[in-house]
Design a protein around this ligand. Structure first.
Ligand code: SF4
Length: 328
């Protein structure tokens, strides 16, 4: 039996991170998305990734929505990257703000806007699909608010290439583009969910495009890193999207049953015992708790109960979120 004796809240919505967490490790799902345990620790990998994503969004918004030139769009991208990086003190020399800005410039040199074979998909509201948010009702009630649960997400960019439609996503790596690195994007829950979301908007997607960017580890701090790039087309068959939808609906029902068992005082939430404890070559944040005889104490010492509010772009205490939802 696993019980942290702390407040809980079923996820207000299901997104690819919540769903992937449920699929990969039930214990992680419970800690992160039912008890909402998070540290205030700022990971340099995540900050640099968010900074790069902000740069891509700013450049594409300026270029495709506002009709600005590539030079103006890159200027906006660099400003957005700096703002997003903020005053973070990097723990990794290869992920400083200078390295992120070098990568942005090199990226648009390698994939020039408007000349890279990608044409943005135009959505029903007439806008190009840049930072396209979706919120799709599942016909299932949230166990606490009674509101309809939705599957949500944001696609950075949806584009056509060779007259086919693909969500486009940038992924970074500290190593090279090995076969294992390339293969990890196949059957990716995130991308299949995007194709399902596009289907709800009457758009048929054919797969995903992954653009890889290397962040070399060994570079003189004063030199420009030699970033490498790759573009992968990951085909996804329509039947896979059908299957994904069926399974996702079943899994959400299973999440609700597991949550009801937790509330009834009989939680399980099994560990994954090493299978997913080191994803992306990074130690799971709950490893120390999972390896002690008293995870309740280990978690209470290291974590706070926080919920990421994407609209406010900040973590908010679970108590405040429950109050806003009328649950406290
Ligand atoms: S350390 Fe492993 S078992 Fe524990 S929560 Fe993380 S993935 Fe699950």
């Amino acid at each position: 039996m696993y019980n942290l004796n702390a407040e809980t809240l079923f996820p207000p919505s299901i997104d690819s991170q919540v769903y992937t967490s449920w699929l990969t490790c039930k214990r992680k799902f419970a800690n992160r998305y039912l008890y909402h345990m998070q540290t205030q620790y700022e990971s340099t990998d995540l900050i640099a990734g968010a900074s790069l994503a902000a740069a891509m969004e700013a450049a594409r918004t300026d270029f495709y929505l506002h009709g600005k030139s590539q030079e103006e769009a890159i200027f906006s991208a660099m400003r957005a990257a700096i703002l997003e990086y903020g005053d973070h003190v990097p723990q990794k020399p290869e992920k400083t703000i200078k390295r992120v800005l070098d990568a942005v410039v090199a990226y648009f040199d390698h994939f020039p806007l408007g000349m890279d074979d990608l044409e943005p998909v135009i959505l029903a509201d007439g806008h190009p699909a840049v930072e396209a948010k979706f919120r799709i009702p599942l016909g299932i009630a949230h166990p606490e608010t009674g509101e309809e649960l939705c599957y949500t997400g944001t696609m950075d960019f949806v584009a056509t290439k060779y007259k086919q439609v693909f969500p486009v996503d940038e992924k970074t790596t500290g190593g090279g583009f090995t076969q294992a690195w390339e293969q990890q994007w196949h059957l990716r829950n995130q991308f299949i969910g995007y194709l399902w979301a596009l289907r709800q908007a009457q758009i048929t997607g054919h797969g995903a495009i992954v653009r890889g960017i290397t962040f070399p580890k060994k570079v003189d701090p004063d030199e420009v890193a030699n970033h490498q790039f790759i573009e992968l087309m990951i085909p996804i068959a329509p039947q896979v999207v059908d299957y994904w939808e069926r399974q996702m609906r079943q899994e959400v029902q299973a999440m609700l049953i597991a949550y009801a068992e937790l509330k009834a005082g009989n939680p399980t939430f099994q560990l994954s015992f090493g299978v997913n404890c080191n994803d992306y070559n990074r130690k799971c944040e709950f490893m120390d708790a999972c390896t002690t005889s008293n995870p309740e104490v280990a978690i209470a010492q290291k974590f706070d109960q926080l919920v990421w509010m994407s609209d406010r772009r900040e973590n908010v205490s679970l108590a405040e979120v429950k109050q806003q939802l009328g649950l406290a």
